[in-house]
Each structure stands twice: as C-alpha cells, then as structure tokens.
Ligand binder design. Sequence first.
Ligand SMILES: NC(=O)c1ccc[n+]([C@@H]2O[C@H](COP(=O)([O-])OP(=O)(O)OC[C@H]3O[C@@H](n4cnc5c(N)ncnc54)[C@H](OP(=O)(O)O)[C@@H]3O)[C@@H](O)[C@H]2O)c1
Length: 295
Amino acid sequence: MTTRVLITGAYGQVGVDCVDTFNGLIPPGGSSFLPPVSAGEFDVIGVSHHDLDVSNESMVTRVVEMIRPDAIVHLAAYTAVDKAETDEGTCRAVNVDGTRFLAEAGERVGAHVIAISSDYVFDGRSARAYVEGDERNPLGAYGRSKRDGEDAVSASVSMIRASWVMGSRGKNVVRAVRDRLASGGEVRFVTDQVGTPTMAADLSRVLVEFVRHRPGGIWHVANTGEASWCDVISAEAEILGAGSVLPITTHELNPAPLATRPAHSALDTGKLHRDMGISMPHWRDGLQRLLEGAE
Ligand SMILES: NC(=O)c1ccc[n+]([C@@H]2O[C@H](COP(=O)([O-])OP(=O)(O)OC[C@H]3O[C@@H](n4cnc5c(N)ncnc54)[C@H](OP(=O)(O)O)[C@@H]3O)[C@@H](O)[C@H]2O)c1
C-alpha cells in the first residue's frame, strides 16, 4: 500500500533531500544504514512556501484536507537565527502557530505528523550531550520559538530535534566556505561552540523510518560524534585537500552575531538507538559523502 506524504518546506535545505529520499532517489554510493525506499512505497507531495504559507491557518486546513495525507513531514520554518532577534513575531507565527496549525489539521485527517525542532532549545551549559528529557532554556528568539512549537502540539506528533544540519543543496556553512577553501583560502571558525553536525541526507533517511513507524513524542536525531565549527570546517579543508582554518573564539567574531548560540548543544541519540534500532553514521563520514557528491 502506498503512503501519501505531504512535505512542507520542500524547497529548503532538508526539504530537497527529503523529497528525493522519499522518492527513492538516493544515489549509489550513499550511506545504507537504513532500509531503502521501495518502488511505490510513498506518494510524495512537496509544497513550497509559495504553495502553502504555514502561518495561514485557513490555507493549512484547505491544503491538508485537499491532499488528505497519511503523514506530514513538517520542515517549513523560520530559520534565520540572528534576524529572529529583531523579528520575533514573524518567527513565532511560522514556528509556533504554523506547527500547531499543521499538527491540528493533520490530526483531523488522521495523518501522522512529524515536526522538526532544534538543539537551540537548550542553553548549552551542560557538560554532557542532551537527552530528550533535559530541561530546555533557549538563549534566543529562534530557540524560544522552537521550544514553544514543541509545546503547541500533542504527544502523538513525532517531534524531532535536529542540530547543525548540512546538505548538498540549500544554505549551510560547509557550502558557504567551500569555494574559498578549494581555492586555498583561509577562513576563521569558532572553537567554543560544540554540537552534533548532521547531514540532511541522513536526517531524511531517519524521517522515512518515522513515517513507517509513527512513534510520536520527542526524539534526538543527529549524526554521532561532537565537533566545534572549527573542527567541522577543518575536516572539510582536509577532505578537499585545500585551504586552512584559523581557530577563534565567539568573542572574536566581528561583527558580533545578534543571537547568542549555546556553547555545547550536542544531542544524545541513545533513545533513537535503543527504541528504534537506528545507529547514525559519524558526522565525518557524512561530511565526506556530502563533499564527494555521493549524495
Ligand atoms: N539548518 C539547521 O542547522 C537546523 C538545525 C536544527 C533544526 N533545524 C530545523 O530543520 C527544519 C528544516 O530546516 P532547513 O535547514 O531545511 O531550513 P531552510 O533551508 O531555511 O528551509 C526552510 C524552508 O521553510 C520555508 N518557509 C519559511 N517560512 C515559511 C512559511 N511561512 N510557510 C511555508 N514555508 C516557509 C522556506 O521557504 P522560503 O525560503 O521561500 O521562505 C524554506 O524553504 C526546520 O524546522 C529547522 O528549524 C535546522
């Protein structure tokens, strides 16, 4: 039987990989840590911001009732972390209200809803990686909107906290500096922000499992291994065989970013392993696949 999946934010960084993954278009050479998608398993309907503004409740209701999906993968979000500091109303309209509208509309048509939250719900003061039940204390407007988006939905929704996402398309730090490194340039990256880098393609593979199994509740999904931004970009330079990275601290960033980021927001994925049997590949393995164009 075919499962109809509605994907919001389908043209965003995770969205493009997610649409391809659900359509079974994972190129050979990619990581195979999860069962592949079989032909006809999913009927995928990816919608852009233009097709569906998730902050518009009547539009959400109309689109969800017209498509009547079996599952909704809700990726649309306001993701401009610094801009959110001076535009919190818009950020909340998308990340809090929009998430609630999708969850309620999904519930009305019997769809399983999967929404994405963030490591930025935490303050980053923990010495160890965060588990799902740890206390949340966001440092900025984006993190607050993600926390309140989590609270705006029922426990039947699968709420996935992701972190430091990077894909082969869309906006991310690895892509932003690639040309500069490849031409032998030097870039500066901080050593005092540590997290769990996550490949959009690997996150998308896990989203397929969530549609298949519909667990509900809060989950951490990230590649394994912790790294600072300096570590990630140094690994990129090493894989490309070009460029260099000058380690700096957050205080040396000029201009100083508007939003304060958590210092240590790594996500512990033990629950994903224990309860769903999913072991994520190491971030460096994922970065290598991404830079080599394996996916
Ligand atoms: N990137 C990360 O490091 C990271 C980390 C943790 C969690 N996450 C979460 O993962 C999810 C996917 O992130 P991403 O990296 O794919 O972000 P992204 O590249 O910024 O994509 C977000 C998409 O949402 C769309 N969008 C914005 N406002 C909308 C609205 N009102 N209605 C409908 N669509 C709207 C955007 O379209 P326009 O550009 O046309 O406005 C964009 O295509 C988000 O929930 C994000 O918060 C991301």
